[in-house]
Design a protein around this ligand. Structure first.
Ligand code: ZN
Length: 362
């Protein structure tokens, strides 16, 4: 009996591993809109537990011919014994960007899955500057940590080599964005032009972390949005999609176990600083499986995992992006399991049903 259970468990684990490996994605940069390339490959810290992870590479406008200059947005995950995410990303990047041609690495925020690759990048591209909001600097120079009190679960993962300490960057490689650069929150290009970046502006979108920013690719209107919202987890609702869901319909979501894990990891079981926002069904939901009995969809989510996060501020940033929607065309979250980005209409549908967002979405 025990043996058959073991065999069943082993079979399940093998199936999970095979499924997540097949979803991992390709190790190349692919153009999503003119001159903006995406490297999207699932990161798999543990077999069977993949996480969608993206970084962006921008070819500077007007330099498509001879020897273009490039700009990277975010730097991605670290390598682990179980997953060589960073090494494979660097191989793909070297094929696109020769030494000396990477002008800058723009960071949306300082969480480890966005910055772990920076030291390797600075070694490979010694001329590149790192551009980041000044409120993220303490987390990049060893003065502050996002996880003030890591929980036991985090310590176990750390001992297993699956999570890492924050990186420490040399201050002289950092170039800072400041609140004063965009006092009204409008897209601001001046500080990026000073850093030699021609085609991007930044938009302050704080909350998920104190100095979180998004980047607007001005020639195409694509917003590279970091973690303002995430589309990471499937939600399962009972019943066919055509029927309107009664209020408080029971929905199973991978968010619940994922939330539990993250809270254990970050806050040692203290849920007080943790919140996620899950919307009622909107036009922003993307069904991936529809039958008579259940609907599985990928839905936008706000996630606020740490004491350094401000949940109300994230909601404000979503409303702010909605209010600016005449200035952009598509919104691309970094964690987007579908890898298709969001149209302006989808983003506005998500923002409209959020408390306090009415004015922005009208
Ligand atoms: Zn983050």
């Amino acid at each position: 009996m025990a043996l058959s259970r073991l065999a069943l468990l082993a079979g399940l684990a093998a199936a999970l591993l095979a499924a997540s490996n097949s979803l991992r994605g390709t190790c190349t940069f692919k153009e999503i809109v003119q001159d903006v390339f995406r490297y999207q490959r699932l990161w798999q810290p543990l077999p069977g537990f993949p996480a969608a992870a993206t970084i962006w590479l921008v070819r500077e406008q007007g330099e498509a011919e001879a020897q273009p200059q490039w700009v990277l947005i975010d730097a991605g995950f670290p390598d682990r014994w179980s997953d060589a995410w960073n090494t494979q990303m660097m191989q793909a990047l070297r094929k696109m960007v020769p030494a000396g041609r990477l002008k800058a690495i723009l960071l949306t925020h300082s969480h480890t899955d966005h910055v772990a690759g920076v030291p390797n990048l600075l070694a490979a591209y010694p001329d590149a500057q790192v551009v980041v909001h000044e409120k993220e600097v303490p987390f990049l120079t060893g003065q502050a940590k996002h996880l003030a009190d890591p929980g036991t679960f985090w310590r176990v993962l750390h001992t297993l080599g699956l999570v890492n300490e924050m990186i420490t960057l040399p201050r002289d490689r950092l170039r800072l964005l400041r609140d004063a650069d965009s006092p009204d929150g409008a897209p601001s290009s001046a500080p990026l032009r000073e850093a030699g970046v021609q085609s991007l502006a930044f938009i302050p979108t704080p909350g998920h972390s104190p100095g979180h920013v998004s980047y607007l690719h001005e020639p195409t209107g694509a917003v590279l949005g970091g973690d303002v919202l995430l589309r990471m987890w499937p939600r399962i609702r009972l019943g066919p999609p055509a029927l309107p869901a009664p209020p408080k319909t029971k929905a199973f979501s991978y968010e619940y176990p994922a939330t539990w894990l993250i809270v254990q990891m970050c806050n040692a079981g203290d849920f007080s600083s943790f919140s996620t926002y899950t919307s009622e069904p909107t036009a922003a939901d993307r069904p991936v499986l529809q039958t008579r009995f259940l609907t599985v969809s990928i839905t936008p989510t706000l996630i606020c995992p740490e004491p350094t996060c401000d949940y109300k501020q994230i909601q404000g940033s979503v409303c702010h992006m909605a209010a600016l929607s005449d200035k952009w065309t598509q919104f691309w979250p970094n964690h987007d399991v579908l890898g298709q980005g969001m149209s302006r209409e989808e983003f506005l549908a998500f923002a409209a049903q959020m408390p306090g967002c009415d004015a922005a979405a009208s």
